[in-house]
Design a protein around this ligand. Structure first.
Ligand SMILES: [Zn+2]
Length: 419
């Protein structure tokens, strides 16, 4: 017993000493002014991230440049382009049953609105990362009801090569999370450039990498979910820098969108654009590669659900995209099948065709140019129907997606006229 007691005393002393050293070290190294922070950054990164989620995640919340790194909600949100919400232009979103609330600002001023228009929300105040939503109905008003999001996940991929530094499990705020170090200066080492990316809220038992792993761009990291402090299934993506390669003594988040507003950046750290692709709000993900492949034939058609938008690409002249959806028609009833093909890239001409379960063509829409395509058909036979998207002549785009939606709805039974 005595020996054990001594050992634990010794360990306690060691822990206290280490803690003291750490405190002194961190006090010594935490910069007092942001100018000091900036002065310590010797590297100006060139954009190297592609987007970490596919397919089709929307960005719901970007980086708030206004305020200090203190998570204090001050009623202002400043976007990377300099647009700013003002107090009263936005609303407190509260979930009493979750014991939490957030200030949600609007990008564009609108008088006395209770909520922001969908595309003008800037979820949310004092947010230091980018949120990629997985659920189609993530928007305002639905967030308090977590059960509706049960089981919704999306694969998350490394947006750049790196080295897995930390994996957290069941963290109160982050849930299951991954931190990845990156090589900015191209010297082959991920350990010395003091920049890392963080990925929060993975589903339980889904993280597919280990600490120390070298991951390549596009490598599967795990299934994004909503563990930790999350009201919707989403990926919180955050880029952090430090003046310490271990990130133990200091760290601060930076905005991968950089700063393009007029005047000086209120977030007084170095914010460089790190995305390799065009910025949009909301973002439909670009530059990750073709989605739903291989779906180049009737038999390889990708299964889709009714009344959802699917975003994909005609990747090359020879690419064609097939989608299949199940139509259930009860006896003596009928259904309408409607198919929309929209957002065809400028300068391209895509066409749409509809096929019966036996691979015979039921309808087509071959409008010229990038005009929308639409088909509506009345059917009495059930089964797996197909929608086919093709590029006319040499039309294709690897940067701009199209979107496709199918809706199956009840239809009147059309009886043959009596003879
Ligand atoms: Zn977030």
């Amino acid at each position: 017993m005595r020996n054990h007691f001594s050992l634990s005393n010794f360990l306690l002393a060691l822990v206290l000493l280490l803690g003291l050293l750490l405190t002194i070290t961190s006090l010594a190294q935490v910069p007092e002014a942001s100018a000091g922070v900036n002065a310590q950054l010797s590297l100006t990164p060139t954009p190297f991230f592609r987007f970490p989620v596919v397919p089709n995640a929307e960005v719901s919340s970007k980086f708030d440049h206004y305020g200090d790194y203190d998570y204090v909600q001050d009623g202002y949100i400043t976007f990377h382009d300099g647009q700013q919400s003002t107090p009263g232009n936005g609303f407190w979103f509260a979930c009493p049953e979750l014991g939490s609330s957030d200030w949600v600002g609007c990008e564009i001023a609108a008088s006395s609105e209770a909520t922001c228009p969908d595309d003008e929300e800037l979820w949310y105040d004092a947010h230091y990362g980018i949120d990629f939503e997985y659920a189609a109905n993530w928007r305002t008003g639905s967030e308090c009801n977590l059960s509706q999001f049960a089981g919704i996940t999306r694969p998350v991929y490394a947006p750049a090569a790196g080295k897995v530094q930390i994996i957290q499990l069941d963290n109160t705020y982050n849930g299951n999370a991954i931190f990845i170090l990156h090589d900015l200066d191209g010297d082959g080492s991920y350990d010395d450039d003091k920049i890392r990316s963080a990925y929060l809220h993975f589903a339980d038992n889904s993280i597919a990498v280990n600490v120390g792993d070298i991951v390549s761009e596009g490598q599967y990291l795990g299934l994004g979910g909503m563990t930790g402090k999350a009201w919707t299934p989403h990926l919180h993506f955050e880029v952090q820098r430090s003046n310490d390669p271990t990130f133990l003594t200091s760290k601060w988040p930076v905005d991968p969108y950089g700063w393009s507003g007029s005047g000086s950046d209120p977030w007084d750290y170095d914010n460089y654009p790190l995305w390799r692709y065009e910025v949009e709000l909301p973002i439909m993900l670009k530059g990750f590669g073709d989605t739903y492949e291989p779906n180049d034939s009737f038999s390889a058609a990708y299964k889709i659900a009714s009344d959802n938008w699917y975003y994909s690409y005609i990747w090359s002249e020879s690419d064609q995209d097939w989608f299949q959806f199940n139509v259930f028609v009860p006896a003596n009833q009928a259904r309408y099948i409607e198919v929309w093909l929209e957002s065809i890239p400028t300068g391209e001409d895509y066409d749409l065709a509809l096929y019966r379960p036996n691979n015979s063509q039921l309808g087509f829409s071959y409008n010229s140019g990038n005009a929308d395509e639409y088909i509506k058909k009345h059917v009495t036979q059930g089964g797996w129907y197909r929608a086919r998207v093709t590029g006319y002549q040499d039309s294709s785009s690897q940067t701009d997606s199209y979107r496709l939606r199918v809706v199956v709805s009840e239809a009147p039974v059309i009886r043959a006229p009596y003879p």
